[in-house]
Design a protein around this ligand. Sequence first.
Ligand code: BGC
Ligand code: NOJ
Length: 817
Amino acid sequence: MRFGHFDDNQREYVINRPDTPLPWINYLGCEAYFGLISNTAGGYSFYRDARLRRLTRYRYNHAPFDLGGRYLYLRDNDTGEFWSPSWQPTRTRLDKYECRHGMGYTIIGSSCKQIEARTCYFVPLGETLEIWRCSLTNRRKKPAKLSVFSSIEFCLWDAHDDATNFQRNFSTGQVEVVDGVIYHKTEYRERRNHFAFFACSEKLAGFDTQRDTFLGVYHGWDNPAAVERGKSFNSIAYGWAPHGSHHVKVNLEPGETKEILFVLGYHENPVDKKFDPPDSQTINKKSVKPVIARYLNSKNVDAAFQKLRNYWSDLLGIYQVQSPDIHANRMVNVWNAYQCMATFNMSRSASFYESGIGRGLGFRDSNQDLLGFVHMVPGRARERILDLAATQLKSGGAFHQYQPLTRRGNNDVGSNFNDDPHWLILGVAAYLRETGDWSILDEPVQFENESGSEQPLYEHLRRSFNYTLERLGPHGLPLIGRADWNDCLNLNCFSDTPGQAFQTTTHKDGKIAESVFIAGLFVLAGKELAAMALKRKLKAEAERYLAEVAKMETVILKHGWDGAWFVRAYDDFGKPIGSKVCQEGKIFIESQGICIMAGIGLNDGKARRTLESVNKHLATKHGIVLQQPAYSKYYLHLGEISSYPPGYKENAGIFCHNNPWIIIAETMVGNGNRAFDYYTRINPSAREDIGEVHRCEPYVFAQMIAGKDAPTHGEAKNSWLTGTAAWTYFTVTQWILGVRTEFDGLRVDPVIPARWKGFTVTRRFRGNTYIIEVQNPKGKQRGVKRLLVDGKEVAGNLLPVRPPRSGPIRVEAVLEG
Ligand code: BGC
Ligand code: NOJ
């Protein structure tokens, strides 16, 4: 069952009923000011850090799920009837409803009582504010007398404190209302130099800034007292809950349309210019007033919106495909790339499943996210890499997370996730492949954010590699630490106390439990590092890396091969996990994917053997589950993985993030049919028809789809912020379509379904545009045998880097098997 459809030309997803199975959301903003917005206008906004600079309040895990947002209320002043044009929060029946989620904007349109409303929400590029552009049309045969009320609840900045520290916070709230602009200035009197503003283009009939006055003490959001009586109270908040509500009266002739602009934003003043007059407590509004004035003008709003559209056309234009598969096309061309930018901006901090108060930016996550966005914003990728590397420990280890505002490692979570350091090598390699900017390796970067500790980035990578060598276990495999990629395989945790954090509780000294996954990752990253060393003409060093890699491969084959697949780990008792000797958890996905991606088993048939095992034991019609059989009970020595009921999350859920590893592995053995089939199973667009089962947005990947052991097999959860975004994007663009970045050029090596007759990719790369037409006349799955560049046949399938030229480079590639 569908709840909407894709408008591919507009790059929009169109939702045509408000009661989607879950809130289907979008992100506003792509630089510093961000908002989450659901299809019924729920969500919140923040400046840079979802926890520390939260502008508006949101109620998590509420019933109904989605409460708090950018609400408008319309009231018919003749009858007293009122409704929400975005359906929530009044949930009045709408005669028409449509939500269009687009690239950085959302438009919610509806019709109720013959009044049409259409509100476009977006964040202009380069600004720290959001615009709500609302137009109202009277479709009645007679004039309409309406009131419009806006409504947002201000958050007292630190979203965690705001939700917990009421004894203080109920007494700190402060606002100013000047010229119809509502200023939220809690704590501005002391150590904050920032405030929020909420402005409206129209003359106000009134306003409210105290939530409980606006709502009425015993009213809910569905019948605010001010809306019910048709008149604001002009309340000024002293303490309690500062609120932003404008009241505008609109009289519309039949057929008449009127536009109202609302602008909500964040502004900072220099410390010595906070107040005006200087000895007062009044916000100095000199620098904010022109900003507000600019966006209360609809011409400027038009221009800003067009600029945003162009920005996305340009970014998405870097990689475009026309293939026989519509689902692949729209995900590659629009939505998957767009989701990659969201994960870049948010990491795993703010979504409808990540509260924005818990987690900072993950070291592992942010490095992997690079795979999906480096081609779009290489400059920002560079910055991100350097920020991440600066939190690296001198030991080569990494803080597991860092806070975006302070760019400091997060002490609460600490380090010892022993896979972390290698993701930095892979992230940097992806950057180098895309940009050829080798200078990044010489960039001085601090360790542990300590000044004076600067070393070239390259030295950071060396330490990442050595980190593992200095932490080998009894079989010569890497010690796992608190966890590896699988945060829930906590082999040193042994927690029997409710509430302890699995990721940070450690009851063992960590000298025994080992990870085959990290071993495979080490091989993969080690080969990358060796290639970088060679580029830097450090031959002996490269040889050393390769020797260590070869040693590790031998250890993997000796202790990490189980006969038909790769073992997953060894526990604190030295017993294998993910082996045929286990009762439960006999086979895991992660070690299969990473070992084959690292090249292990490609020459001796083990890779193919492994992939058959994956197909037999792990693949389901909804995707590939993480392991089998699921753990049926809690195992003290395994940790969080066994805390989940079977079929969910890491306990045999379809953890979409690592499905692409298997897909890449399938392409490496040349199995294009199966690679694409697996891709399609988790592709949200291909799952659009089963919306009532899948439940999450059909335009973005979810972290998890319930596995076959779960009663809700096929149900997705945790959409948007997931490594799945980058990995699927990387996999389909570089391994299936096979237009792959390398240090010295673009490789054309598609591995596709035999039924495809061909496809075309347009790729901007290092200053040139390539139009690559792949033909598959013989129904092969791989093997470019003929490559023509500008009509001339060339040897091999690598397009070497060339000086930029103005016209596109035309490439024809013929698959002949
Ligand atoms: C989740 C993991 C996640 C971890 C982060 C766990 O509860 O299952 O997917 O990586 O929390 O702390
Ligand atoms: C989600 C986390 O963000 C990621 O870092 C981890 O690898 C996966 N869960 C698997 O546990």
